[in-house]
Design a protein around this ligand. Structure first.
Ligand code: SAJ
Length: 432
């Protein structure tokens, strides 16, 4: 069968580009979202997120009538669920995944499901979430059969197909990346491959739902562990008075070594979150994965400890009288280079804590942002690069944005630099 009408549930960073991609291949796409403002904006042919090339894609799809957004579920041949799966705060020290958005999506599409439909979970999910989704659908629709009980003979097919695109390169990677397709039965996988082949040029590799869930978590945990290794090296090297950047570049000359780069911590909504999905399921077994999360989460505190050291040093030398005399400039607040995304950013976390430590309100330089949201502007003053460098006595280089890579900083005798990205100073820690 062919999929003529496709419903994408959740029109965010993954759902909207995916919806636009199907629409660009002349499929009729119904985008479902709980946010009326998002729906209205998309129906005007505009986008509510920053992603290169997406604006044109969505505008064309809407104007040509292939993409339409709504807040109420409508019948379709395939449903792709791309809703958030954040972490839940709980009383223990291991956060659990919050599957309530998946459950809400299941409840909203269940009334319009019909025999022959395909439901795909794209959201990054803990192992077992696809089976849970199928169970929620079955509870809502006792008149239909699902693969957990009927396998290949199910009325509705269910599969997990995790997205793996890199923010900033989503449009290209959606087409070029290989896809892992984990059906709850072989027929589920077969139908899911058929659907993705509408626009995917990469290979669609088939496995089962649980393995597909674990593949995505494994990829992001692997990266987190490797970054933790680099961050731990940076802390060790600071103690031993060794330039960690030089160390890593020398070690990486070995043909089988490829160490990643240290930074002020790990941010974003994927790498800093997904490893917990493994840890919360298998707390006694996931030892390295948990340690990596803790090392990377500690790194922003470590940077603030260096700031404290500078303050003590400056006050002992009589250069500052009290904490309000310390003027800090934070270069970069996004969660990584060359994007405007402040969500889960360790750099922003560091900047936002400076006033809480009793220091003066810091300057923030963020070339990709014109105006800070009000909660940020309460704690950080947005200024130009030049103004920050002129006015601050401590410069905190937090993100390796191209604007900073291109500028060669020159400091006066009274200024300190904490370079967390190795752009300006050779030493990781502060230099005078
Ligand atoms: N970082 C370092 N050192 C490094 C590399 C990254 O400190 O050497 C930091 C970044 O500054 C940032 C964080 O790690 O704070 C994450 O950045 P990233 O570029 O590693 O990843 P994301 O979150 O933008 O996208 C990742 C990608 N996953 C992998 O590369 C394994 C992407 O392919 C996934 O689709 C995405 O997560 C996701 O949605 O899961």
């Amino acid at each position: 069968m062919s999929f003529e009408i496709i419903s994408v549930v959740g029109l965010g960073y993954i759902g909207l580009p995916t919806a636009a991609m199907f629409a660009s291949r002349k499929k009729r796409v119904i985008g479902l979202d709980v946010n009326q403002h998002t729906v209205d904006k998309i129906n005007r042919g505009e986008i509510h997120i920053v992603e290169p090339e997406l604006d044109i894609l969505v505008h064309t799809a809407v104007m040509e009538g292939f993409l339409r957004a709504t807040t109420v579920a409508e019948a379709a041949d395939a449903f792709l669920i791309a809703v958030p799966t954040p972490l839940k705060k709980n009383s223990g020290d291991i956060p659990d995944p919050d599957l309530s958005y998946i459950q809400a999506a299941a409840v909203s599409i269940a009334p319009v499901l019909k025999k022959g439909d395909l439901v795909i979970l794209e959201s990054t999910s803990p192992v077992g979430a696809t089976e849970q989704l199928a169970e929620w659908l079955a509870q809502e629709r006792s008149d239909l059969n699902f693969p957990q009980t009927h396998g290949d003979n199910a009325d509705v097919n269910v599969a997990h197909c995790p997205e793996r695109v890199l923010p900033g390169h989503v449009v290209r990677e959606l087409v070029e990346n290989d896809r892992v397709i984990g059906g709850m039965s072989s027929k589920c996988s077969e139908k899911a491959v058929q659907l993705y082949k509408t626009f995917v040029k990469g290979e669609c590799v088939v496995t089962n739902a649980r393995s597909a869930e674990m593949v995505k978590l494994t990829e992001n945990s692997c990266r987190d562990v490797q970054i933790a290794f680099a961050n731990e090296l940076s802390i060790i090297c600071d103690k031993l008075d060794i330039d960690v950047w030089e160390l890593i570049s020398l070690a990486n000359r070995h043909p089988r070594i490829n160490i990643l780069q240290p930074g002020p911590g790990v941010g974003g909504h994927c790498i800093a979150v997904d490893p917990w999905f493994i840890v919360s399921k298998t707390p006694n077994e996931a030892k390295i994965i948990r340690a990596a999360r803790e090392i990377n989460d500690f790194k922003p505190h470590w940077v603030l400890q260096r700031l404290e050291e500078i303050f003590i040093d400056l006050s002992e030398k009589g250069h500052v009288n009290d904490r309000q005399d310390l003027k800090v400039a934070c270069l970069g607040l996004a969660f990584k280079a060359d994007i405007d995304d402040l969500r889960e950013s360790p750099s922003l976390g560091i900047a936002m804590k400076i006033m809480d430590l009793g220091f003066a309100k810091p300057y923030g330089v963020e070339p990709n942002i014109n105006v800070f949201p009000s909660d940020v502007s309460d704690k950080v003053t947005l200024v130009s690069y030049e103004e920050a460098i002129c006015s601050a006595n401590v410069i905190l280089l937090l993100v390796d944005h191209k604007e900073f890579r291109e500028n060669k900083i020159s400091l006066s005798e009274q200024q300190f630099l904490i370079d967390t990205r190795g752009l300006y100073s050779k030493r990781f820690s502060y230099v005078k």
